[in-house]
Design a protein around this ligand. Structure first.
Ligand code: FAD
Ligand code: SF4
Length: 473
């Protein structure tokens, strides 16, 4: 008889909508053993092919069943430097869980029966943190003479740094912000990824010998040529896709119309949610509208509703999306969480402009109703606005979350660094080397907006490319 999946415990929606504490509690030991025991230990473990870094899922689940958590930790660490992070943020329903044989074929959302691989990974990652387990680095004599610069401290940069430091290479990470972590720090809110988890994973890299230099913009503070002149033998670029897209409608520059990146950065990185402890408040309105349908929109809305509750404002936060819920690219889990927390959803709506008061603050949003037409190049049905369907809603804070593009601060000032029409860096897919010899790249700056584990997968490949390049030197 098939065993029932174990349901993960969560903070009550009514309570969590007014705090930034972690929403999902994760599995207890009893629960983790129960869930792991559902794994069929397939002869052909197809789940592994669903993981962008190919963790030996079957093996680590077996080790969990044997209660050998330490070995399970090392099995995961062979492929993934940050299990506690990925166990929290990986969209597993589109990756390993989607390919698990227990998933009903056909729909990416029919993964309820699949093993909750990421929650097992999270348990093991946290076990490693609690028990201070560390992977010893195999210092390679030949490689110890080299110094590599990593630009950007998001998951791509941090992963590349870890891979290189593990073999004894001296690694220095340059980060333009005052804190490291990239989107993990400024984008994903602490109620999805607690900062002590992120700090632990970054501290682990520091123990491996990685040096992180904040407030340092490569392309402004120093150029790539200058890094080479300073003795770096190779450079990894993990610049991310941090430049927000806008709607291009009237009134978008009114006060209190934010890009999601700015809004999330103010709250998550600058700790606006801890005001007055942190003197970096953010304006919070009575009627908040978030525009978009991806993870960023959901994060912004969940942050907004918490800020309203915590500031004694009756919550009224809505997501406006131009397609329907089916086409929303955001994770189903997060959409469900947002609904439970009180976020309203308005589908098939196309914003057409904002109007404001005499002081320049937004007050209303104008929109058109849409219906779905033929599929576009993304395969999703195109929204078609309906003539004469104009309407207006009150809006004293708007957050635009309609996509992110390549961060071109460095690429624009680096002659010879080839980019494509989107501004993404072009690489040799085998080695991740760019058009400049000795300069490698990975993460969102190469593939466009992706996932944490995809960025790490590219960074691992690039680290391999760098090591081969250095050995040839
Ligand atoms: P980033 O994380 O963007 O890091 C790039 C870093 O480089 C930044 O710190 C930046 O300051 C720095 N930098 C840029 N230029 C320079 C320069 N010239 N000099 C020095 N430093 C520089 N993915 C998931 O898998 N699960 C999720 O739940 C999820 N949620 C998300 C929520 C939000 C709000 C957003 C925006 C993204 C989310 N993603 C999620 C996507 C995921 O976070 C990204 O795919 C991933 O962070 C990309 O990693 P990266 O290292 O390439 O770039
Ligand atoms: Fe276990 Fe699913 Fe992987 Fe089979 S496919 S080994 S059941 S996790």
């Amino acid at each position: 008889m098939r065993k029932e999946p174990v349901k993960v415990r969560e903070q009550k929606a009514s309570e969590r909508a007014a705090n930034f504490d972690e929403v999902v509690f994760g599995f207890s030991e009893e629960e983790v053993l129960k869930e792991a025991s559902r794994c069929l230990q397939c002869k052909n473990p197809v789940c592994i092919s669903g993981c962008p870094v190919e963790i030996d899922i079957k093996k680590f689940i077996y080790q969990i069943v044997q209660k050998d958590y330490k070995s399970a930790y090392f099995t995961i660490k062979e492929k993934n430097n940050f299990p506690s992070i990925c166990g929290r943020v990986c969209p597993a329903e589109y990756q390993c869980r989607k390919t698990c044989v227990l998933t009903k074929k056909g729909s990416p959302f029919a993964t309820k029966a699949a093993i909750d691989i990421h929650f097992l990974e999270r348990f093991i990652g946290d076990y490693g943190i609690k028990n201070n387990l560390e992977v010893l680095s195999g210092k390679d004599k030949e490689l110890r003479v080299f110094k590599v610069a990593v630009v950007g401290s998001g998951p791509a940069g941090l992963c590349a740094a870890g891979e290189l430091a593990r073999v004894g290479i001296k690694v220095v990470v340059f980060e333009s912000l005052h804190k490291s972590g990239g989107v993990l720090r400024y984008g994903i809110p602490p109620f999805r990824l607690p900062r002590d988890i992120l700090d632990f994973e970054i501290d682990y890299l520091k123990k491996l010998g990685v040096e992180i230099i904040p407030n340092f913009i490569i392309g402004k503070t120093e150029t790539l040529d200058e890094l080479f002149e300073e003795g770096y033998s190779a450079i990894f670029l993990g610049l991310g896709a941090g430049i927000p897209s806008f709607l291009g409608v009237d009134g978008e520059s009114l006060c209190n119309v934010y890009s999601a990146n700015e809004f999330l950065t103010r709250v998550n990185l600058m700790s606006a949610y801890k005001f007055p402890e942190f003197q970096t408040p953010v304006n919070i309105g009575k009627n908040i509208i978030v525009i978009g349908g991806g993870n960023t929109a959901i994060d912004a809305a969940r942050v907004a509703i918490r800020m309203q509750n915590m500031n004694g404002i009756t919550p009224n936060t809505s997501i406006f999306y131009r397609r329907t819920e089916v086409e929303m690219p955001a994770r189903r889990l997060e959409i469900g969480h947002a609904k439970e927390e009180g976020v309203n959803f308005e589908f098939l709506v196309q914003p057409t402009g904002f109007t404001g008061d005499e002081d320049g603050y937004v007050g209303k949003m104008k929109s058109l109703r849409c219906c779905l037409g033929e599929p576009d190049s993304s395969g999703r049905r195109r929204p078609v606005s309906t003539e004469g369907s104009d309407f207006e809603v009150d809006c004293d804070l708007a957050v635009i979350a309609v996509g992110l593009g390549a961060n071109q601060l460095l690429t624009k000032v680096t002659p010879g660094l080839k980019t494509d029409k989107y501004g993404d860096v072009v690489v040799n897919p085998e080695t991740m080397e760019t058009s400049i010899k000795g300069v490698f790249a990975g993460g969102d700056i190469v593939g466009g907006e992706g996932t944490v584990i995809e960025a790490m997968g590219m960074a691992k490949k690039a680290a391999k490319g760098i090591i081969e390049y250095l050995l040839q030197k």
